[in-house]
Design a binder for this molecule. Structure first.
Ligand SMILES: Nc1ncnc2c1ncn2[C@@H]1O[C@H](COP(=O)(O)OP(=O)(O)OP(=O)(O)O)[C@@H](O)[C@H]1O
Ligand SMILES: CC(=O)N[C@H]1[C@@H]2OC[C@@H](O2)[C@@H](O)[C@@H]1O[C@H](C)C(=O)O
Length: 395
């Protein structure tokens, strides 16, 4: 049965909302997926600042989170309207919206005082009301309720889209955070391994913001002209997170503003370009090291495919290639996909499973006790549902 859906992703980079309009056929691991159109709606700078404030334990407050939850709901609805407009597809024939939401806090491990938890905001009721469309949201919580980390969730979609009978593949996302899905040759869903590798662009972006007044290092130009201080990057790799055996996930709580502050306190004598080059090398090293420790010893990888905005950072890409000399490193674009659209498409696939009452976490990747149906379903107002959507479907 064919469905039209919009997948929405706004990740840890806080650069904007990715909206992918897709056609889905069937459900389960044989789902057929076609990308119809894609947009990124950049966050207005004041909204990006509010999100970062909400994520910062020292700056956040409940009034701000309350307000931002609704504010993001309106922006997400806007992104849905815009991608449909761009594709000239009327909103009323969209079957569902799968909205990841904005992660405000993620606590997959705690010291005992706080409870293991995760929070994604962007009110689904606002999206459903504004678009007149069913919304699936809150994807991470059921996995965590089942004992998992609530992340990464993209592995199920990676399995649907990229598994191969002839080669072993790994999908390396480099967004704010870096995460990998490993698809061994001829893998069953149970064979899939996935985990967060550490920072993606988060540390690089943050240094660019503070030292250059720009939100990111375009094409890796500053990293390319700085000196890499390998011993410093290596010392950052001593953090406990990198020694943890997967499944594991992380976020801004570990690699956000506090981490950058420490870098700037301890190495303020270094030129800006050197710090950016060293942070870029650290990011590449954390990815390569994750493969060497947790993947290569047991799974042969023929192709490593990079996605997410970090795929556009040429210096980062070159460093990863050099650190993994025996692996073929490609980007999503090299194989005819889109680095930017990948995660938004993935959430449309996950939402489709939810609508069909099917589980879509990968317990081995998240650490959950079992497979569970992800997400909460929010229905649009009855009048919109009956008068506009269903009438239109019957004609
Ligand atoms: N041309 C470019 N050169 C260098 N870096 C780029 C370029 N384009 C995008 N980026 C980087 O990609 C980031 C955005 O990546 P992406 O949209 O994949 O992250 P995200 O989805 O927010 O994060 P996550 O996957 O962790 O949730 C930007 O913040 C920037 O650092
Ligand atoms: C808690 C949270 O939002 N985690 C994100 C983040 O961004 C990348 C990495 O950290 C991954 O664990 C996850 O997102 C992707 C989409 C996932 O769940 O697979």
């Amino acid at each position: 049965m064919e469905k039209l859906a919009v997948g929405l992703m706004s990740g840890t980079s806080v650069d904007g909302i990715d909206a992918a309009l897709v056609r889905l056929n069937g459900f389960g691991i044989h789902t057929k997926v076609e990308l119809i159109d894609f947009i990124t709606l950049p966050f207005p700078p004041a909204v990006a600042e509010e999100i970062l404030q909400c994520m910062d334990i020292n700056e956040s407050n409940s009034a701000l989170i309350c307000s931002l939850n609704f504010k993001l709901g309106y922006l997400f609805a806007d992104a849905v309207k815009k991608v449909c407009e761009k594709a000239s597809i009327p909103l009323r024939i969209i079957d569902f919206i799968a909205s990841h939401g904005q992660t405000i806090y993620h606590l997959p491990q705690t010291d005992g005082r706080l409870v293991k938890s995760t929070l994604q905001i962007g009110e689904p009721a606002v999206i459903a009301y504004e678009t007149g469309t069913t919304v699936i949201s809150n994807f991470r919580t059921m996995d965590m309720a089942a004992g998992g980390e609530g992340a990464p969730l993209v592995p199920y979609a990676d399995y649907v889209l990229y598994r191969s009978n002839t080669i072993g593949r790994s999908l390396q996302n480099i967004g704010g955070i870096g995460n990998v899905t490993v698809l061994p040759k001829q893998a069953k869903l149970d064979d899939v391994i996935a985990f967060d590798t550490g920072p993606g662009n988060m540390v690089i972006d943050s240094l660019c913001n503070i030292l250059k007044g720009e939100s990111y290092d375009q094409d890796g130009k500053w990293a390319a002209q700085g000196k890499i201080h390998k011993e410093i990057a290596q010392s950052w790799l001593e953090m406990d997170f990198f020694k943890m055996v997967p499944p594991k996930s992380t976020g801004r709580e570990l690699f956000g503003s506090q981490f950058t502050k420490q870098i700037l306190q301890n190495w303020s004598h270094l030129p800006a370009d050197d710090l950016i080059a060293t942070a870029t090398y650290f990011t590449a090293l954390s990815i390569a090291d994750s493969y060497k420790r947790y993947i290569f010893p047991t799974i042969p990888i023929d192709e490593l495919i990079i996605g997410g905005g970090g795929g556009y950072n040429k210096t980062l890409l070159q460093m990863i290639t050099e650190l993994l000399p025996n692996t073929k490193v490609l980007t999503q674009e090299d194989i005819g996909f889109s680095s930017e659209a990948k995660e938004a498409i993935a959430f449309a696939i996950l939402g489709n499973e939810t609508m069909n009452r099917e589980p879509s976490n990968v317990p081995k990747a998240t650490g959950a006790k079992g497979a569970v149906i992800l997400g909460s379903i929010t229905l649009p107002p009855r009048n919109i549902l009956l008068e506009e959507k269903y009438e239109d479907h019957s004609t």
